[in-house]
Design a protein around this ligand. Structure first.
Ligand SMILES: *Cc1c(COP(=O)(O)O)cnc(C)c1O
Length: 362
């Protein structure tokens, strides 16, 4: 099957520069979208075809389209950063392409070739390059590749046709007023993902499963939910959309991938960056009771969450049924901040890319 080349059909009326600049002064997250999007079709027998870069626009769907009923949907999230020399680079996009293939496999969808995934992202960034914020701060252009089942009909089976898209949205600094710890509600009742389920696939269904617990956390005054394993309700897994790290002095530990934890690119990168900085970094099992006990006895010095959107977020207050505690006095920890700066410096091109993680556009 041939790899599609993307046909460029740019907009005759992109947003005026002054309006774009106004958005870029305070973009927030996922609120505004660039002038264009990429679409590629897949149909049974024909494979991937009809790759196009077109003006950003609604996509008409028949009311009986597969994705609207049976949720055959997967997505990715990655960022493009302006480099000191004015060029633009994405961070480890081939890791997102490979995870997109694993997610597709899990949901019975066709796998997009890695080169096509990269070509689609690069084409959109190149076209909308003026939407990539200036070098210096934490601002970036967030890319959202995704794929939906587009067969029309209510029969339950994998769709026989799919649409892959990439859209892009300028993203501001996650903490505009300085890094601020989040509060966590640990759900000992609701679970995000189960063994043999699709917790290690990046699919909207996992997010749908998390929204009620998220609302319950908000009602308890917490920002995020931490999920435990679905069998023993004891082992810490992750937040709704971020992986977790536990700092024991000079050692950082993140829960071992069990199949119900999403394998974050940030998680993997931090294991390497931590070792580069001389910390010990490992995967392991951490129970909720151990989390509480080790905080109380002072051996667990910091906890943080990580993912593409926020890079690293310190954890402040933690609440579980009948107990509550604070990590590092509710302040961002020293190791947390050091790892955050080190990773951001690689992404922004401020420090040497010793692992070859940055992918230059053009
Ligand atoms: C995307 C995601 C993460 C973070 O992955 P990154 O590749 O680091 O952005 C963590 N957990 C879940 C459930 C996710 O969907």
């Amino acid at each position: 099957m041939t790899t599609p080349t993307i046909e460029l059909k740019p907009s005759a009326h992109p947003l005026a520069a002054a309006e774009r600049e106004a958005i870029l002064t305070s973009p927030g997250f996922g609120r505004s979208f660039t002038d264009h999007m990429v679409t590629i079709k897949w149909t049974e027998g024909r494979g991937w075809h009809d790759g196009q870069l077109v003006p950003y626009a609604p996509i008409p769907l028949d009311p009986a389209t597969n994705v609207l009923h049976y949720a055959q949907e997967i997505f990715e999230g990655l960022k493009a950063y302006r480099q000191p020399d004015g060029t633009v680079a994405t961070f480890r996009p081939e890791q997102n392409a490979l995870r997109f293939q694993r997610s597709a496999h899990r949901l019975g969808m066709p796998e997009l070739p890695v080169e096509t995934f990269l070509e689609a992202c690069d084409a959109l960034i190149a076209q909308d390059i003026d939407w990539v914020p200036a070098h210096g701060g934490e601002e970036s252009l967030y890319l959202r590749p995704f794929m939906i089942g587009t067969e029309v009909g209510l029969g339950v089976k994998p769709s026989n046709e799919y649409l892959f898209l990439v859209i892009a949205s300028p993203a501001g600094a996650y903490f505009p007023g300085g890094v601020k710890p989040v509060s966590i509600w640990v759900s000992e009742e609701r679970v995000r993902a189960v063994p043999g389920g699709m917790g290690d696939a990046k699919t909207g269904g996992n997010y749908a499963a998390s929204l009620l617990a998220q609302a319950e956390a908000a009602a308890r005054g917490c920002d995020q939910v931490c999920y435990l394993d679905a069998v023993e309700h004891e082992w810490v897994e992750e937040l709704g959309g971020m992986n977790l790290f536990f700092v024991y002095g000079n050692k950082i530990v993140t829960p071992t991938l069990t199949g119900s934890i999403l394998e974050g690119v940030t998680r993997d990168s931090l294991l390497a960056v931590a070792r580069d900085l001389g910390y010990e970094a490992e995967e392991g099992r951490i129970s909720l009771d151990q989390w509480q006990r080790d905080t109380e006895n002072g051996t667990l010095t910091e906890v943080f969450a990580c993912g593409t959107a926020a890079v690293i977020t310190p954890v402040g207050t933690v609440k579980r049924s009948g107990a509550e505690w604070r990590q590092s006095d509710g302040e961002p920890g020293e190791v947390t901040l050091r790892l955050r700066e080190a990773l951001l410096d690689i992404q922004r091109g401020k420090s040497e890319d010793r692992h070859g993680w940055m992918h230059r556009i053009g």
